[in-house]
Design a protein around this ligand. Structure first.
Ligand SMILES: [Zn+2]
Ligand SMILES: [Zn+2]
Length: 296
């Protein structure tokens, strides 16, 4: 995905779409984002009105005005593409297709999605169901530019996709898998057992990712520190440098040429007037600029 002439990744944050999707862009600019992540509709609701022509126009002109380089979307938490019951699975696939259509209309290149949970049916069955659901979504979105980027999970509960090996199996089972991408969440990976704290752990993590899925598949990052200790299997984000990861892994990521040009969004608590997430973004900016004066 790197466009070649950029010597750093794009950094930004997940921002609210309150007041309409186009409002997210001004919020992103307010705190100095190069890229933003949005929900395509309220993340706690199954159905929403389709976008009007004006909404789509407003979004596109706001993107041009603000200079936000890339917008990615995150799918709704209600969906479970791995649901063992056919009723919830079908509903999830329909909701997922709706989100892909929304992304396509807005010109959003990636829909980041949690693979799904097996809810007691077992990992094997869950992985098969997820691949089947993705096949259905791909089929009904033939020719779309928007790509699905599966996000590594913390492995909380029965959530799948908490190892690159598992991700590789999903990619392998999906028919049109050339359309799939990967989203790397630092907190989820750390909670799932990838120790990013040392440079050896960092290199080992991305070597395994490359072997199981392919480094070229990485389309987006979520930058979050971790409230819980290593390998907790718990999905709890913390502000950058204030959790168990510390700033070093972020410093490494921001200066890793393999990821230049790729969007990296914070998903930490925004706080009042987005002050807390703006502070996290400032921390990242400082790391980006500090390469020459640190020895590491
Ligand atoms: Zn996520
Ligand atoms: Zn995430």
């Amino acid at each position: 995905m790197a466009s070649g002439n950029q010597e750093r990744p794009l950094i930004g944050a997940h921002v609210s779409i309150a007041g309409g999707v186009s409002q997210a862009l001004a919020r992103g600019r307010q705190i100095g984002c190069d890229c933003i992540q949005i929900f395509t509709k309220s993340s706690r609701q199954w159905a929403a009105k389709p976008y009007s022509g004006e909404e789509i126009e407003a979004f596109k002109s706001a993107q041009a005005e603000t200079g936000i380089r890339m917008v990615v979307a995150h799918d709704s938490y209600l969906l479970n593409l791995g649901a063992p019951g056919e009723k919830l699975r079908k509903r999830s696939v329909e909701g997922f297709i709706d989100e892909l259509e929304r992304c396509e209309m807005l010109g959003v290149p990636f829909l980041i999605a949690h693979p799904g949970a097996h809810v007691g049916s077992g990992e094997e069955a869950g992985l098969k169901t997820i691949a089947h659901s993705l096949d259905e979504a791909h089929k009904s979105c033939a020719g779309f530019k928007t790509r699905v980027a599966l996000e590594i999970t913390a492995g909380q509960g029965s959530n799948l996709g908490y190892s690159f090996e598992q991700m590789g199996r999903i990619f392998g089972a999906v028919r049109e898998n050339e359309r799939l991408r990967l989203c790397f969440d630092t907190e989820h990976a750390f909670a799932a057992g990838y120790d990013l704290r040392s440079s050896e752990g960092y290199e080992r993590t991305f070597a395994e990712l490359d072997q199981q899925v392919g480094i070229k598949r990485v389309a987006a990052f979520h930058l979050n520190d971790s409230l819980k200790p290593f390998h907790s299997r718990v999905d709890r984000h913390q502000h950058i440098g204030k959790g168990h990861l510390g700033v070093e892994p972020f410093d490494r990521l921001l200066h890793d040429p393999r990821f230049f040009g790729i969007p990296m969004c914070l998903e930490t608590e925004p706080g009042p007037d987005m002050k807390d997430i703006a502070e996290d973004l400032a921390t990242l900016r400082k790391l980006l600029g500090s390469q020459d004066d640190t020895k590491d």
